[in-house]
Design a binder for this molecule. Structure first.
Ligand SMILES: Cc1ncc(COP(=O)(O)O)c(C=O)c1O
Length: 370
């Protein structure tokens, strides 16, 4: 990759139409974001070289937390160096759990975080609420609190696990906890782009919310995808965030994201807050992509995720499609990432900056080689 991600990228000396990656608002190469990062470098140096609990609370870090909390409609935030670690941090903030029930296709970082609890782990069929109920009935010790762990959006395919159904069924086993990694939902789903919980109408239960207290939801995410920045984020009520900071040692034991990175991330968040058209254009493009793929006779999901994973025949056929699209100037990765199934999938992703004609061109190129 020899350019920032965006509607077009340069790779190995050639410019391609880019339908890959996760920079869903296309902000990582925005001139104001780059300028804010450069200014941050000059003012703060590379990074604070101490933890947040030392003297590491630089101004841009606090600004990221304030802006991310504002975007989420929450009181406070904790910004750290990787969305991958969000689950590792959050799982330690769960007060009580007798057993973990995890979607069998959950992201690597969700599965790793589950192990930290040190309680039995049971896998349920991907996105299957009935199988989740059966697994809880079979394995939850009497009177124990179940901890269910899932992605908010499947990273490879864009499918949405039925988190609202999970909440309903968890009422039967309350008190219960649902932990959600919303890396691909934040910025993309919901009327205000707050993510999968907003989309499903269960946001009020999250991270110290005042909703039904019998089922609580813990949600983490990343600013490194749609939001155009870098690093992990957890937002919530002031009380909840205090608990999160204290329950793992990430706050006092790890370097925070470098201040220039935080400065660039804060600028991305400022741009997002000031311009609803990032989300509007992303919505338009996701709809347009899905419609185009459907017109080719492909089976695509019906949710407004910014990416669509499509299985088109066997792995060899998808590899052929990938390379022929690439030769025609379109980048669509063929991936066997977690959640993609044994043969893998072609993962089509759009960003706010794509013109609809670019998507039309992709669809007609694909139609010509299917
Ligand atoms: C579901 C999910 N969680 C977490 C991450 C990692 O986030 P970050 O890149 O901020 O570490 C990814 C990255 O691809 C992801 O797909």
């Amino acid at each position: 990759m020899e350019s920032a991600p965006g509607p077009e990228v340069r790779i190995d000396g050639r410019v391609y139409r880019y339908f890959a990656g996760t920079s869903y608002y296309g902000l990582h190469g925005h001139p104001e974001v780059i300028a804010a990062g450069c200014k941050g470098f000059r003012k703060y140096g590379f990074h604070t070289a101490t933890s947040r609990a030392g003297f590491g609370n630089s101004v841009p870090l606090l600004e990221v937390e304030r802006r991310a909390a504002e975007h989420a409609g929450q009181e406070a935030g904790f910004y750290f160096s990787s969305g991958y670690a969000a689950n590792h941090i959050l799982v330690q903030a769960v007060a009580e759990a007798a057993a973990v029930f995890i979607d069998e296709a959950a992201h690597f970082c969700v599965a790793e975080a589950a192990k930290i609890r040190g309680v039995p782990i049971h896998r349920f069929r991907a996105r299957d609420a009935e199988d989740l109920r059966a697994k809880i009935q079979a394995h939850l010790p009497a009177g124990g609190v179940p901890l269910v762990m899932s992605d908010g959006v499947v990273p490879a395919t864009g499918h949405l696990p039925p988190l609202d159904e999970y909440v309903e069924l968890l009422e039967e086993f309350a008190p219960a906890v649902l932990m959600v990694d919303d890396a691909h939902g934040l910025g993309v789903l919901g009327d205000r782009g707050r993510g999968s919980l907003e989309h499903l109408g269960i946001e009020d239960l999250a991270n110290g919310g005042e909703g039904r207290r019998s089922v609580t939801i813990l949600r983490g995410g990343t600013l490194g995808k749609a939001m155009g920045g870098f690093g992990g984020i957890i937002t919530g009520s002031a009380e909840f965030m205090e608990r999160v900071r204290k329950s793992s040692n990430y706050y006092d034991g790890a370097s925070a994201p470098p201040s220039p990175v935080a400065a660039a991330t804060a600028k991305s968040l400022e741009l997002v807050a000031g311009d609803p058209s990032f989300l509007e254009r992303l919505r338009r493009n996701t709809l347009h992509l899905r419609r185009g793929l459907k017109e080719l006779g492909l089976e695509v999901h019906e949710v407004p995720s910014a990416h669509v994973g499509v299985a088109i025949g066997r792995a060899e056929n998808m590899a052929r499609l990938h390379f022929e699209l690439r030769a025609a100037g379109f980048l669509v990765p063929m991936t066997s990432y977690v959640g993609s199934g044994a043969e893998g999938i072609l993962r089509f992703a759009v960003c706010s900056g794509h013109e609809v004609e670019m998507i039309d061109d992709l669809v007609s190129a694909l139609g010509g080689i299917l």
